[in-house]
Structure formats: C-alpha cells, structure tokens
Design a protein around this ligand. Structure first.
Ligand code: GDP
Length: 198
C-alpha cells in the first residue's frame, strides 16, 4: 500500500495561513527528533518531502502536503526540545492553541508519533488530549521500532498504551521510518478516515 503522489503546499506560522479547502486533513504531531519527518517521508515514499534532521526547534510552522489529490498530511511543529527559548515555546503554544481551536473540528484523523523506546512525555500526553478533545480519531505511531529487541516490544507498547490511556478502539502502530514497518497499517488507517471530511 503506497501513496502515489505528494506535494508540499504551504507552511503556516499564523492562523491566516491555515489551509481551508474540503479535502480531509490528517494531522501529525510529535516531539522534536521523534522522526516525524521521516515517518511522513516513508508514508509518501519521498526522501525529502518533509525535512529530516532539520535543526530541532527551528521548524515552528505547520506544513501542508497534498497527497494523491485527495488528502492533506498536516505536519505540526515538533515540541519538547530543551534548547528552545521561552519565546519560541510561547509562540509554539499559541500557534497550537489557535490551530486546535479553529481547525480541531475539521481534523479527519490525528497521528501522534512517539518514540517506542520511551515512556510518552507529559507533552505527548497533552498533545494526545488535544486530539481527543477535537473529537477526531487518533492513531499512535510508535516509531524507531528497529531500535528495540523483539522481547522489548510488547512491554514498550504496554507502557505507551497505559501512559496515554489508550482505549481498545484506539490504534497503536509499531513503526520504523527507517525500515518501513507499520507503513501499510498507517496508510490504511489514513485511507480509512478519508471520508471523515467535514
Ligand atoms: P523530526 O524532528 O521528528 O522530524 O525527526 P527526523 O525525521 O528529523 O528524525 C530524527 C532522527 O531520527 C534522524 O536522525 C532520523 O534518521 C532518525 N530516525 C527517524 N525515524 C527513525 C527510525 O524509525 N529508526 C531509526 N533508527 N532512526 C530514525
């Protein structure tokens, strides 16, 4: 299962730049360095669509990518990078607040990307809650699966489930942007929610 085409459309650093059109929006969030750009690149089969390894904390914009002429991948700026200034953090929080207030009801599906090796952070829990409060379905992609030994996987997934208080109906996908694991499951998840446009 593979998306065929993907193009960068625009970046939004303020609400006037949010994109409004009828195509469903799949919104991706995660802390800096979790591999969000790599996940988006893997899903779209494009090496450089979203920038990988961009200096953490420098990408304070929402990026929109149009995929297969039918849906948007919306890349929210990463969070939780320790070296970001107080001002930058405030700007991020403000942008997120505006985004979820104005656009929350129009999110077709959310994807929270966490690091499978670590307990989700307080910021991850908050972000998950923002998706929840928006009323959209949320999938959690537990990235960097390739960094765990087989026997470590189940306990890691349980810790993520428990920390985020996932429900049985929530989708948790072990993912490796590096190797490709989980790509089909996450693609199927996005396609399944394509009809959820408002
Ligand atoms: P972002 O800041 O969340 O967009 O993260 P990036 O996509 O820039 O990735 C951060 C770093 O993690 C880069 O060095 C990636 O190569 C690495 N990375 C991303 N996904 C994976 C993965 O699934 N496995 C491994 N081993 N490394 C990954």
């Amino acid at each position: 299962m593979q998306f065929q085409s993907a193009e960068y459309v625009r970046s939004a650093g303020s609400p006037e730049q949010f994109l409004h059109d009828p195509f469903p929006k799949m919104v991706f969030a995660g802390r800096s360095n979790v591999g969000k750009s790599s996940v988006i690149n893997r899903l779209t089969g494009r090496k450089n669509l979203a920038r990988v390894g961009a200096s953490p904390g420098k990408t304070r914009q929402i990026n929109y990518f149009f995929v297969d002429e039918k849906l948007y991948l919306v890349d929210l700026p990463g969070y939780g990078y320790a070296k970001v200034s107080k001002d930058e953090k405030a700007r991020w929080a403000n942008l997120m607040e505006q985004f979820f207030r104005r656009e929350g009801g129009r999110i077709a599906a959310g994807v929270l990307i966490v690091d499978i090796r670590h307990k989700p952070t307080a910021d991850d829990v908050t972000m998950f809650q923002w998706f929840r409060d928006s009323g959209c379905p949320v999938a959690v992609a537990a990235n960097k699966l390739d960094k765990l030994k087989k026997r470590e996987i189940e306990p890691a997934l349980t810790l993520i489930r428990d920390t985020l208080q996932l429900r049985d109906t929530d989708t948790l996908i072990p993912f490796s942007a590096e190797k490709g694991d989980g790509k089909d499951a996450l693609t199927a998840y996005l396609l399944a929610h394509c009809g959820a446009e408002t």
